[in-house]
Design a protein around this ligand. Structure first.
Ligand code: BGC
Length: 739
């Protein structure tokens, strides 16, 4: 029996059934009452001090409720890929609980590579259930900043370089999380596109670029996904820190998009007493991120939105109306989560969650090149030589705030042993030593990664082991250590570290069949691409990463992942050419680093395609073990928009999925437009010989650019093209039409 009905039942016994009032408790406690009535009722009962207490942290990951009224605290948790281990009250380090090892889901870049809205929903459903089980109210994710530079250390936590792709995937993710009574906190709003000097850089972006590239995924999360929380980012925009940035938070998020949820600062991102009050921030978290050790002994009461706020309210520099707006949003979050009309129990580390993690990880693996060597065939009794640290190294730990403690992690080598058990010998040679760290925020992997061999010795041992091998499988790439895929640092280049290029060349020179698996969360250069037989892009796949990768290598799963970003040939080919573009410059009289987004809307494939610059592998690229034929592409006017139709057929021998991508090209425009922009995609699973018809709808908005002068989306009359294909470079149908 629920608390509600217990009270009514008790009252009924005392008063006699006939005269029992329908509600015997305050409106705010009655989960069946309308949300806004509950908020108003709670607000009316609160003191000024109780309200202010709700607007800032009380511990590393919680903010206060109202104990006197039975309104619970809000518990926040990282992160986008799994539920962070419990930490000490005021520390980043895990608290050492033994019941908080989670399911680690694949990194968000891996989810983006699935190009699958249903899998994004599944991801959200599962991670939301894990958060709810752990009694967390706000999940600090997903991250949807755009891949402006491949060097960004947090590329692995985001959803690629295209605003439409990220927008399409963030909506079901958010809805899935929130269906569990957990708020998704979309981050980091906005233009947090690098880690270098992330708390001291002012992004200078024109409005067209802002609205076309850096805002759409956030807008989709809020207006279509109905996100209940948004996290401000560390950097500045327009000279104001984004955790209290008037234009971003008041004018755009809460104004133009009508966001009714809560704005949370990034940890330590709130920097100013006055702006914290007036510029759209609702909960201040993590100021002096070392908590009590970094500031006065009662550090939380020194927060910008604590004592200084109370003083302003008392002497009239801040209004109670403004405070009520913040507290209403916080109460709305409480009544949507821990005090929601329908309570949820959640579930944790269930077999279903691990199965979902495996499926998402596998569907995001991208087959970049295959001369027919894959799926992997090793003759009975033969030897599969596996080379590379990433075949062995556990990758769930590390990387920054997305660091997790998982119940288990299947490494690729273990999965290969399972797959080839009784069929072939699987022999591992490390080949190079990269990162030997095995502890992060006191989460311990238990692996021993020390190796005393010299780089030369490691390489020659690997080459020697190839002599009697039937096939070589190299599994290398990046990891989550500083300067690689890691929060707080960026990479220096896209070249593979630890001498891996030389190692791959040496393995190729043995003449043995060679498959290269690159495990990374961001683009890397592949100068050896033409000298290897196959290349697979793997990611940080979470608990089931090894199984997922080997499922694809062995053909148990037919690869269907597509790159969510461009793989360039070299860093210098990209749109970022100057220091003022990245990582920013210091200017006379300016306190913060200034960074100019001079490339405008031309990031990722928008840059490479428009300028005809060759790339290693294009955005949207990914092969299959079968083949597909696209036909019958047509564009038809329909009401205010257009209907695009086509047919896709599996012309090969095995079942598989293809992602058909729809790009728009505007051939006559008064502004410089990219030669193509993604406006639709469908992932279709087909049996051999099966075909299916596809339908896409285009609106005027899909043809528009953002006109800064009129602050409006403009579709100019003239000729457009619908480009349908299987990557941004593999366009199979080009259909012109006129607006
Ligand atoms: C990160 C956020 C994270 C927060 C709490 C910050 O450093 O930028 O993404 O959610 O810490 O761990």
């Amino acid at each position: 029996m629920k608390y509600n009905s217990l009270i009514s039942f008790g009252a009924a016994l005392l008063l006699g059934v006939a005269c029992v009032p329908k509600t015997t408790q305050p409106v705010y406690l009655d989960r069946s009452q309308p949300l806004e009535a509950r908020i108003q009722d709670a607000l009316d009962r609160m003191t000024l001090e109780e309200k202010v207490a709700m607007t800032h942290a009380q511990s590393k990951f919680s903010s206060a409720g109202v104990p006197r009224l039975g309104i619970p605290e809000l518990w926040h948790t990282d992160g986008p890929h799994g539920i962070r281990p419990e930490v000490l009250w005021d520390e980043w380090d895990q608290a050492g609980w033994t019941n908080d090892s989670c399911t680690a889901f694949p990194a968000l870049v891996n989810l983006a590579a699935t190009w699958d809205r249903n899998l994004a929903r599944l991801y959200g459903d599962c991670i939301g259930a894990e958060a709810r089980y752990r009694e967390k109210d706000i999940l600090l994710g997903p991250g949807i900043n755009m891949g402006r530079t491949p060097l960004n250390g947090r590329t692995f936590e985001y959803m690629g370089e295209d605003p439409y792709l990220a927008g399409q995937l963030v909506v079901p993710y958010v809805q899935g999380v929130q269906s569990n009574g957990v708020a998704a906190c979309v981050k980091h709003f906005a233009m947090n596109n690098q880690e270098i000097r992330r708390t001291a850089t002012n992004s200078i972006v024109d409005d067209r670029t802002l609205y076309e590239i850096y805002l759409p995924a956030f807008k989709a999360a809020v207006t279509e996904g109905g996100a209940w929380a948004v996290m401000g980012s560390y950097n500045l925009y327009n000279g104001q820190f984004n955790c209290h940035n008037k234009r971003l938070l008041c004018d755009i998020l809460k104004g133009e998009w009508g966001f009714d949820g809560v704005v949370i600062s990034d940890w330590g991102g709130c920097r100013d007493d006055d702006q914290a009050v007036t510029n759209g921030l609702d909960i201040e978290m993590g100021t002096w991120t070392n908590g009590l050790r970094g500031a006065a002994s009662d550090s939380y009461s020194h927060y910008h939105l604590a004592r200084p706020y109370l003083e302003r309210l008392r002497d009239g520099r801040a209004t109670e109306e403004g405070l009520n707006d913040k507290v209403s949003r916080i109460l709305r979050t409480v009544f949507r989560t821990s005090m929601a009309p329908e309570p949820h129990d959640g579930s944790f580390t269930s077999p279903e969650h691990f199965a979902a993690a495996r499926r998402i990880a596998a569907e995001g693996v991208v087959l970049l090149k295959n001369d027919g060597i894959l799926p992997l065939q090793v003759p009975q009794g033969g030897k599969l030589l596996v080379v590379g640290e990433n075949a062995y190294k556990m990758m769930v730990v590390g990387g920054g705030s997305s660091n997790l403690k998982t119940k288990y992690e299947v490494i690729p080598l273990e999965a290969l042993h399972e797959a080839f058990d009784g069929k072939a010998a699987v022999v591992w040679e490390r080949g190079y030593v990269g990162d030997t760290t095995t502890v992060y925020n006191k989460v311990v992997t238990g692996q021993n990664l020390r190796d005393s061999r010299s780089a030369e010795q490691l390489l020659s041992d690997a080459v020697a082991a190839a002599a009697d091998a039937s096939c070589i499988l190299f599994i290398g790439g990046l990891n989550k250590s500083a300067g690689q895929d890691n929060e707080g640092t960026d990479r220096a280049d896209i070249v593979l570290p630890y001498g891996q290029d030389a190692l791959v060349e040496a393995l190729a020179a043995t003449g043995k069949p060679l498959v290269v698996v690159n495990i990374s969360g961001s683009p890397v250069a592949m100068p050896w691409a033409s000298r290897v037989n196959a290349i697979v892009q793997g990611w940080y796949g979470g608990s089931e990463s090894g199984h997922a990768l080997v499922d694809v290598l062995t053909g148990k799963v037919n690869p269907s992942g597509k790159l969510p970003f461009t793989m360039p040939l070299a860093l210098s080919d990209g749109p970022i050419k100057t220091e003022r573009q990245y990582p920013g410059i210091q200017e006379e009289g300016k306190k913060w680093w200034q960074e100019y987004y001079d490339e405008g809307v031309f990031i990722g494939y928008r840059w490479y395609d428009t300028n005809g610059i060759a790339v290693q592998y294009p955005f949207g690229h990914g092969l299959s073990y079968t083949t597909f034929e696209l036909s019958d592409a047509r564009v038809k006017r329909s009401g205010d928009g257009w209907k695009v139709s086509a047919r896709i057929k599996n012309t090969g021998e095995v079942a598989g999925a293809e992602v058909v991508q729809l790009y728009i090209r505007d051939t006559e425009a008064s502004v410089a437009r990219p030669s193509k922009e993604l406006k639709g995609f469908e992932k279709v699973y087909l049996h051999p010989g099966e075909s299916r018809s596809l339908q896409f709808t285009l609106t005027r908005d899909d043809l528009s650019f953002f006109d800064a002068a009129s602050h409006a989306w403009v579709a100019e009359p003239g000729e457009f093209h619908v480009l349908l294909g299987c990557s941004s470079a593999d366009i199979r149908a080009d259909v012109p039409f006129t607006l």
